[in-house]
Design a protein around this ligand. Structure first.
Ligand code: CTP
Length: 403
């Protein structure tokens, strides 16, 4: 999955011949999972039609402060548009529009929106080579970058005038690649490695039976997704679940038993910066695993169980720079038991799950958690979706534990 997935992208199109490529750019951004809205300068409509762009973006295309064709003319709110966007890309960006952006001359909706935007702004210049080389244009590029805007440089090639030189807008594929790389490099966990365990473990009784539990894995997968969205490389050691992941930053390592999970976790722990163990690991496993299916007999069957290795505690015993997070599911003396677990296993944070609240149960989309730090700081949260809980967790790890 792309870091652009779920992002609100505002595309500003100005009046250059490269505007026809903006249709491809919209298509690519939508394919990456972004929500796209388009704002154009009035003259850009001579190069590419709003109908094409609204069809591809599945959103109305705006180009003026009011919708004149509408009887009850409505004001198009540039402030709202600017605030809506997670990122604003001006592509193609003509010399004229760039100069207006640099000088704040707000004579159209696109510039007014740019001046209202609070999000990162990218611009992809497109112009003839002499315009591109002119001192005025170079000063504009510099000024805009000094304002914090990011330039997606023009490339060298044949231009609409027939001349050959620098000034072609970067191809839509290159623009998307540039955006992805830039966003990832600026992501707060870029360069960090996060180890996550998720789901249940199955402990074999014989070739067809096992001891398992109801864990769905949803919490761990939501944590993995959030870590990857924040730019981290993720090792997701997962017990058997029906869940799937599709994020290039997540390496899923499927395991079945507690012993397999233990081995996979220890293979990656030393290189990781954060480890979050959310799996519901079986505490016991059959001492003997029958090599053939156990046949039913008269009377009772007794299974002797032995303890599995406590993966979390084993990491607590060897951790160095790593931030170590465990989960606790308690039904009584919740806080006290969770605090004891945190100390015993040498954790930095424990996430207490409560089953005593409505709307939270195994397999549910929601969770109600309390974070407890090693210094005994307790932070309770409301019932939230597991995705939101994952966001709270990383916000906490980054802000409070400086992970
Ligand atoms: N855990 C682990 N390896 C185990 C057992 C648990 O890594 N063999 C981890 C879980 O992933 C979770 C935390 O330890 O992060 C839960 O601690 P645990 O003491 O096992 O809690 P419970 O399973 O609730 O155990 P208890 O019956 O003691 O309450």
């Amino acid at each position: 999955m792309s870091i652009l997935s779920g992002k609100k992208v505002l595309l500003g199109i100005t009046a250059g011949i490269a505007a026809y490529k903006s249709a491809f750019l919209v298509r690519l951004l939508v394919k990456k999972g972004a929500e796209v809205r388009v704002v154009m300068t009035p003259s850009a409509k001579d190069f590419v039609t709003p109908l094409t762009l609204s069809t591809l973006s599945k959103n109305e295309v705006l180009s003026s402060f009011t919708q004149e064709e509408n009887e009850n003319a409505q004001w198009n709110n540039h402030v709202e548009l600017g605030l809506w966007a997670d990122l604003f890309i001006v592509a193609p960006a003509t010399a004229n529009t760039l100069s207006k952006m640099a000088n704040g001359s707000s004579d159209n909706l696109l510039i007014a929106t740019y001046l209202s935007a609070k999000c990162p702004v990218y611009f992809a210049p497109a112009m003839d080579l002499d315009m591109h080389e002119h001192t005025a244009t170079k000063e504009t590029f510099q000024k805009l970058q000094e304002f914090g805007n990011v330039m997606i440089p023009a490339t060298h090639g044949e231009l609409a005038s027939g001349l050959v030189g620098k000034g072609r807008m970067a191809e839509p594929e290159e623009i998307v690649r540039f955006l992805e790389e830039d966003l990832l490099q600026k992501a707060p966990l870029y360069g960090k490695k996060v180890l996550i365990t998720a789901g249940p473990t199955y402990e074999a009784i014989d070739p067809v039976r096992f001891i398992g539990n109801h864990s769905s894995g949803k919490m761990g997968y939501a944590i993995a997704q959030e870590a990857a969205d924040l730019g981290a490389k993720v090792f997701l050691v997962s017990g058997p679940t029906h869940l799937e992941v599709s994020h290039s930053f997540i390496e899923k390592i499927p395991v079945t038993s507690a012993q397999e999970m233990y081995e996979a976790v220890h293979q990656h722990f030393t290189e990781c910066d954060i480890a979050i163990l959310s799996a519901a690991v079986a505490d016991y496993r059959p001492k003997e695993v029958a090599s053939q299916k156990i046949k039913k007999k008269e009377g009772e069957l007794t299974l002797t169980l032995e303890k599995t290795k406590d993966i979390l505690a084993s990491l607590g015993a060897i951790k160095k720079h790593q931030v170590l997070v465990g989960f606790a599911l308690e039904t009584q003396n919740e806080l006290e038991n969770a605090k004891t677990k945190l100390q015993k296993k040498n954790l930095d944070l424990i996430v207490l799950n409560s089953l005593n609240d409505k709307g939270v149960a195994f397999g549910s989309e929601n969770n109600k958690v309390t974070f407890i730090e090693a210094n005994n700081k307790v932070t309770p949260f409301e019932v939230k979706s597991k995705t939101e809980v994952a966001k709270d967790l990383f916000r906490y790890l980054m802000n409070e534990l400086h992970a």
